[in-house]
Design a protein around this ligand. Structure first.
Ligand SMILES: [Fe+2]
Length: 425
């Protein structure tokens, strides 16, 4: 089956999988067509300002309200692994790619929470998860704790959501809004990658300021799937993440039964190669915020709850400039992943599928080999090819989970060892 998509970011969309299913002129008619149930899904408070207000109306075979009580989900040990209360050393941390999980592991059980900040109940903060799985989900997942950004590193994903089907491959990303139920299938039989879980305000495109009306992520490159549903009356397990824990119940039908919907809260996909990268054409670096694809603002202007930042293939032309990322310390906290290739500030040890953490005020920057190379390189125009790194930068310091702390590389600090001392005249 091929999926149709509608271009645009946060646009009001109307789509129906069965002709006549979508009411015209009202959201909740007394008797929707075909006996469908009208249900509103709110992504912002009812009273959010109009330009921020996000909601969709769903017309479905059965109401979401019809379900038995949730019970604790006992199987998963690494997703929503809880917080770790021990004092956290201010060390830089890095992780190798996670090994493939045992055969028969679906996306839910293949998820590992690595970094998290704030409590989901705060409606602030972000978590960085990795997944490795090799079995199609036969159940359905829903995250009450936040919207999910899928960043595949290997293997395609088919994400069947209440609002439509999304197909993505490495190099593409997808977002599933908070509260939208979905199932993940694996066209290649196995898959691995990252999932950013945003507990805070919805990801949006950043303001462009002096850049002007165009550039970075362009709205028309975000693609929302058309309505799709399955009419399946058989037992379907639903797993929900709620306030940092997993819960489960079983329905007698598939909840992916939305026949038509309209609104501006919807999943989407985006091809990272469409990111219009902007950078210096004279000297020095703009701050890496110039690479922001999406931002989730906090209540403090200019201080993001979470920014999703890309480091894509691009030309490097700066004159008299140390071209890789510079040495720095940041009041924001930086989690980085690598989808493909190499990252220009690290010679080795940061592999695709790996992860690094440079928390609040941690001194970091190029490793010794990268610093030596870039300090002596001829500054010809040079194109960085075949790479895609990303950062989830947050104003809230990250706390690695107990699993993450137990699996970090032991020698990461050594990449900044033995820098020669500057020589004064
Ligand atoms: Fe940094």
């Amino acid at each position: 089956m091929t999926t149709s998509y509608i271009p645009g970011f946060g646009n009001h969309i109307a789509t129906e999988a069965v002709p006549g299913a979508l009411p015209i002129g009202r959201n909740s008619p007394q008797r929707p067509a075909y006996g469908l149930y009208a249900e509103q899904l709110s992504g912002t408070a009812f009273t959010a300002p109009r330009h921020e207000n996000r909601r969709s109306w769903l017309y479905r075979l059965r109401p979401t309200a019809e379900h038995p009580p949730y019970e604790p989900y006992e199987a998963a040990v690494r997703f929503a692994a809880g917080s770790h209360d021990a004092p956290l050393p201010p060390n830089r941390l890095r992780w190798d790619p996670a090994p493939m999980t045992p055969p028969g592991t679906d996306w839910i059980d293949g998820m590992t929470t690595m970094l998290v900040n704030r409590d989901p109940a705060d409606l602030e903060g972000v978590a960085v998860n990795v997944y490795a799985c090799n079995r199609n989900m036969e159940r359905v997942f829903v995250d009450a704790d936040g919207e999910l950004v899928f960043l595949p590193q290997s293997g395609r994903l088919t994400i069947l959501t209440e609002l439509g089907r999304i197909d993505i491959a490495p190099g593409q990303i997808a977002l599933v809004p908070r509260g939208v139920r979905f199932r993940v299938e694996l066209p290649d039989g196995e898959a691995a990658g990252y999932v950013a879980e945003n507990h805070g305000s919805l990801f949006r495109l950043p303001d462009l300021g002096p850049i002007g009306a165009n550039g970075l992520g362009n709205p028309r490159d975000f693609e929302t799937p058309v309505a799709w549903f399955e009419d399946r009356d058989e037992p379907t397990q639903v797993v929900q993440k709620f306030l940092g824990s997993l819960w489960t119940m079983t329905l007698d039908h598939s909840p992916l039964d939305v026949v038509a919907w309209h609104g501006n809260l919807a999943p989407w996909r985006y091809d990272l190669s469409r990111f219009n990268t902007i950078n210096t054409v004279s000297f020095d670096h703009p701050d890496p915020s110039i690479f922001t694809l999406l931002t989730s603002p906090s209540d403090v202007p200019g201080r993001a709850n979470a920014d999703l930042v890309l480091f894509p293939p691009r030309w490097m032309v700066a004159e008299d400039t140390f071209r890789p990322p510079w040495f720095h310390r940041n009041v924001m906290s930086e989690a980085m992943g690598l989808i493909t290739g190499a990252y220009d500030a690290k010679a080795e040890g940061f592999r695709p599928g790996g992860l690094s953490l440079h928390n609040l005020m941690a001194g970091h920057g190029p490793d010794l080999a990268s610093w030596q190379g870039a300090s002596h390189a001829a500054l010809n125009p040079h194109r960085i090819e075949g790479t895609m790194a990303f950062m989830v930068e947050s104003c809230w310091p990250y706390r690695p989970t107990a699993h993450a702390l137990a699996h970090a590389q032991l020698d990461y600090d050594a990449v900044w060892k033995d820098f020669p001392k500057a020589k004064l005249p």
